[in-house]
Design a protein around this ligand. Structure first.
Ligand code: A2P
Length: 308
């Protein structure tokens, strides 16, 4: 049995850079609450913050980073290009940096493999899901994620991002991307939904084999998965005198990839960084949870997870 303690675990990206394995997720963290959450997180020891153009919080995240007083080079910051900017990721990166008020990010991700057309955007706001007349998302069928990747892979040379990667990619999509003769760079990271009810085993194995760091968003299953009440999690938590969330995040770290729990609650921000060193048999027990039935909590209407 080990009591929770602050995680200082770091992983290595295929660029050679270090990445703290526990980072703060910021989806739905907005305005002053979001600002305070990031500031608090850095104060209690987080060195990895994940945000995205879509989350509309880059300005608050950047302000909190600057106000924290922690030197920029001690922090790992990730942001993501939104689907309407697949044809212009360099411009999207510039815009993100300007909102963040930073000179560079550590990781710039393609948020989804699917590009959206921009012709129906009339107010100049690219951070949106443009709809066709039938109210369906305006998917860009003349573009694809491989073309986006070919533009993105040149971005680290600009110094404006240290590494590039993808998000919400399946094994099939990664295989296609890697097999393309124009792909010179292996994505440093694939950020996807991962938690004990969606352990992503084939993707986990594939990313490990290809040296692509997996990063788990919604690692607690958000509010929509009954993970924090799961009897196996509760039993292991009681044994370690830990919270269920600390066990789940410990499971990610034990598996060797990044976990990005989101919280705007100071006590949870703090406790989510203090994780437990699980035993192999506890890891195995948690690995069994999904067999009762897998559950995906992030399933946007404009994206088909079966599509390639
Ligand atoms: P809040 O931000 O109000 O603290 P996920 O990262 O899986 O998407 O989960 C995020 C959700 O889980 C948020 O609603 C967050 O609430 C809540 N949450 C974060 N940390 C904990 C925790 N340690 N215990 C319970 N709920 C948590």
């Amino acid at each position: 049995m080990s009591a929770p303690k602050p995680s200082t675990s770091v992983g290595k990206l295929n660029t050679g850079a270090s990445i703290p394995l526990v980072g703060l997720g910021t989806y739905l963290s907005e305005d002053e609450t979001g600002y305070k959450a990031v500031l608090h997180a850095i104060k209690v020891g987080y060195r990895h913050i994940d945000c995205a153009a879509l989350y509309k919080n880059e300005d608050f995240v950047g302000r909190a980073i600057r106000d924290s007083g922690v030197p920029r080079e001690e922090l790992f910051v990730t942001t993501k290009v939104w689907n309407t900017q697949h044809r212009e990721p360099a411009k999207a990166l510039e815009e993100s940096l300007s909102r963040l008020g930073l000179d560079y990010v550590d990781l710039f991700l393609m948020h989804w493999p699917q590009a959206l057309r921009t012709e129906r955007i009339t107010d100049g706001n690219m951070i949106t899901v443009p709809k066709r007349e039938d109210e369906k998302p305006d998917v860009d069928t003349e573009w694809n994620y491989i073309k986006t990747w070919h533009l993105m892979q040149d971005l680290p040379a600009s110094g404006k991002t240290k590494a590039v990667g993808v998000s919400n990619f399946s094994v099939k999509q990664l295989e296609k991307l890697l097999a393309d003769p124009g792909s010179k760079v292996v994505p440093a990271c694939n950020q996807v939904e991962v938690h004990p009810l969606l352990p992503q085993i084939p993707l986990y194995d594939f990313c490990k084999k290809k040296n692509i760091m997996l990063a788990a968003y919604s690692p607690l299953g958000s509010q929509k998965a009954p993970l924090l009440d799961d009897p196996v999690i509760l039993e292991i938590a009681a044994k370690h005198k830990a919270d269920p969330a600390q066990i789940i995040i410990g499971w990610d770290v034990k598996r060797g990839y990044v976990a990005l729990p989101k919280s705007v609650t100071p006590s949870r921000i703090e406790s989510n960084l203090q994780i437990v060193n699980l035993t192999d048999s506890e890891l195995e027990k948690i690995n069994e949870i999904h067999k009762k039935g897998e559950k995906r909590v992030v399933d946007p209407e404009w994206f088909d997870f079966e599509e390639d």
